[in-house]
Design a protein around this ligand. Structure first.
Ligand code: FAD
Length: 612
């Protein structure tokens, strides 16, 4: 039994890990560099206004995580309606995209050009689909791609879309709605396999009454009640290890004071690059080089306080318009009314996605607030004289960057970390994975359980090799692939062997066996003809079987005679076999084509949400 664990970082992953450890009877100390908990999911307070780093929706397909959220916050966990739109060149478009609304907003000439480019993409799609540009253009046409995907995605990632892997989009939509879309196409819109109405995550989400930070403040308090301390203001910069075991971590307070912590188990949610750079002694050069080349996209939000009760009805608006730098704008009182101190006021969070090397990153707060006010006026949201105050929050390493080589580099690091079994890395930047809170938390839960001897692979969460907790909805349940997904009250991670959407298609359109249908029809036609000929011959008469005899036109040599009955048996069987085989093949080809169309349609539907 362990005597204690040390957790680095009091974001969702670190706090959840400590929370699970406490449930398992293991005490922990959480070391946090900042004065506040929550990490990227914190809530910042400013003169009674509260706001997120971005806007943090709480939604998850992992029942375990939904249970944890409810357990921590109970009635303070609100269910909120979602409204979000795209702003492009003076127009607002529904998001997720709707064809009629998009075409109406674009105007007749642009709509015509969009239809032309869409038809071209359908008739002559790009054979290659390796980058995001090709992937989206093949589904929506080049013109729609440029209007609704290109500018926003490039603002967020700072990389041209043709340098972003197509896997990114494919992976993002994989679990989003492809399965539901196919199910809906087969079973009727809006119905689950059990016939329940699916309330989509797109229409509503959960949100803590006082913003996401409320969840993490609460988690910290629950941990403290059980004697697990969160120590603030210490930045870990050394992880000391010897003979394949981590022995202690060393950190520094802002005044330079050095602090060292021992433990038996170490769980880190600090960025992977920094973790490797902090190892003492340092790992081999190849590992260090892999870590040094990991990149992060940084983020800055300008929050403007407006003297207006209602600025716009959305929770957030995507700003595709290329003439402004902001990428998205949040209206926090639409997330929860308690995010503003006075209902006659609104607070708007203007989001800028940057690199720390960008000039704007170093601008003064006043200059950034001026930029925000100017851009809001430019796109017609608020007038400058309506803004009475503003503030700026900078957040480094908001997005782990998926460039062409990041996966290989992460593999190198991961292999090396296996040589230090009492050190686990978790979370979003800890695994260099584009995780939301739920997946970040799940890695924390798994790491805690590994401490007591379970063997969970935290690296497999939110990957192609999805975990079955994603769909677990009751204590014990069989998935569509037939896997049992629980063991006692524990969720057991099991890799999905095949894409579930494909399996639904295959189940719905089971192939007809051509040989079996051929043999069956062959027997029926051959034996049927043989018996019919015999019966007519036995009945006798002046003209025996004049009509049946016409079959000689199709079956050479057949006639209603004793010898003819054997020819009929042989040729009828052959004809039946051929017919059965042909019908089965035709039906299989038709179904394959239909399944292909269904998959493409479902992918296109799901791709409409790719901006989220
Ligand atoms: C703009 C934006 C919008 C988002 N929207 C959503 C959303 O709608 N829904 C959702 O679920 N998720 C959303 N996310 C993702 C969510 O914020 C993350 O998944 C989550 O916060 C990751 O948790 P974490 O604990 O892994 O990391 P973090 O939140 O980054 O926490 C890590 C903690 O470790 C601390 N730390 C780092 N280094 C050290 C060190 N050396 N020593 C001590 N402490 C250290 C940090 O200070 C931080 O507190 C969004 C993220 C962004 C950037």
């Amino acid at each position: 039994m362990s005597s204690g664990a040390l957790v680095i970082g009091a974001g969702p992953a670190g706090l959840t890990s400590a929370y699970e450890l406490a449930k398992l009877g293991i005490s922990s100390t959480i070391i946090e560099a900042d004065e506040q908990v929550g990490g990227l999911s914190r809530t910042v307070s400013y003169k009674g206004y509260r706001f997120d780093i971005g806007g943090h929706r709480f939604f998850s397909k992992v029942p375990l995580i939904n249970e944890l959220w409810r357990e921590m916050l109970s009635e303070d966990f609100l269910l909120r309606p979602r409204l979000s739109r795209i702003h492009y060149r003076g127009h607002f478009f529904d998001y997720p995209l709707k064809a009629a609304n998009a075409l109406a907003g674009l105007g007749p000439i642009e709509a015509f050009l969009v239809m032309l480019s869409y038809s071209k993409a359908k008739m002559f799609p790009s054979a290659e689909e390796t980058n995001l540009e090709q992937w989206v253009s093949n589904r929506f046409g080049q013109r729609l791609y440029e209007i609704f995907f290109k500018t926003y995605t490039e603002k967020v990632w700072g990389i041209p879309c043709n340098e972003i892997s197509a896997d990114w989009a494919a992976q993002r939509i994989k679990n989003l709605s492809l399965k539901e879309a196919i199910r809906n196409a087969l079973l009727g819109a809006g119905k689950s396999a059990e016939g329940e109405v699916i309330t989509t995550l797109i229409e509503q989400f959960h949100y803590p009454r006082l913003g996401p930070g409320m969840m993490w403040d609460c988690c910290k308090d629950l941990l403290a009640e059980k004697g697990n301390e969160t120590v603030h203001g210490i930045k870990v910069d050394k992880i000391r290890h010897r003979k394949g075991r981590v022995e202690s971590v060393v950190g520094h307070r802002s005044n330079g004071e050095r602090v060292e912590f021992d433990a038996d188990h170490f769980i880190s949610s600090m960025p992977l690059r920094r973790l490797i750079q902090s190892l003492d002694p340092l790992p081999p050069d190849e590992v260090l080089a892999a870590a040094n080349s990991l990149r992060y996209r940084d983020y800055l939000t300008v929050v403007l306080m407006a003297k207006r009760e209602d600025v716009f009805p959305d929770n957030w608006i995507y700003i595709h318009s290329p003439e402004v730098k902001m990428g998205r704008i949040q209206n926090y009182k639409n997330w929860s009314p308690e995010m503003v101190p006075d209902q006659s006021r609104s607070s708007l969070g203007l989001e800028y996605f940057l690199w720390q090397q960008d000039e704007e990153w170093t601008w003064s707060n006043d200059r950034l607030i001026d930029l925000g006010i100017k851009e809001c006026a430019q796109i017609g949201l608020v007038e400058p004289d309506e803004i009475e105050d503003g503030t700026v929050v900078r957040m480094k390493k908001a997005y782990p960057v998926y460039d062409h080589n990041y996966n290989d580099r992460v593999d190198i690091i991961r292999n090396y970390l296996e040589t230090l079994p009492n050190l686990q890395t978790i979370g979003r930047n800890g695994l260099h994975r584009y995780n939301n809170q739920d997946h970040s938390m799940l890695t924390g839960v798994y790491a805690a359980r590994n401490v007591v001897g379970e063997k969970n692979d935290v690296w497999a969460v939110n990957t192609e090799q999805d975990y079955h907790e994603e769909v677990r909805s009751s204590e014990t349940e069989k998935s569509s692939t037939g896997y049992t997904k629980t063991m006692g009250d524990r969720a057991v991670p099991m890799p999905i062997v095949q894409d579930e959407a494909d399996q639904i298609i295959q189940t719905a359109f089971a192939r007809l066996d051509g040989v079996a249908l051929g043999v069956a029809l062959g027997v029926v036609i051959g034996v049927g003809l043989f018996l019919a000929t015999m019966i007519l011959l036995l009945k006798g008469g002046e003209f025996v079987g004049p009509r049946l005899g016409l079959l000689r036109n199709f079956l050479p040599g057949y006639e209603v005679t004793w010898g003819g009955s054997l020819i009929g048996l042989a040729e009828g069987s052959l004809l039946g076999f051929g017919l059965g085989f042909f019908i089965a093949s035709l039906r299989n080809w038709g179904m394959m084509a239909y399944a292909y169309l269904l998959r493409r349609r479902a992918e296109t539907e799901a791709a409409k949400n790719v901006l989220d």
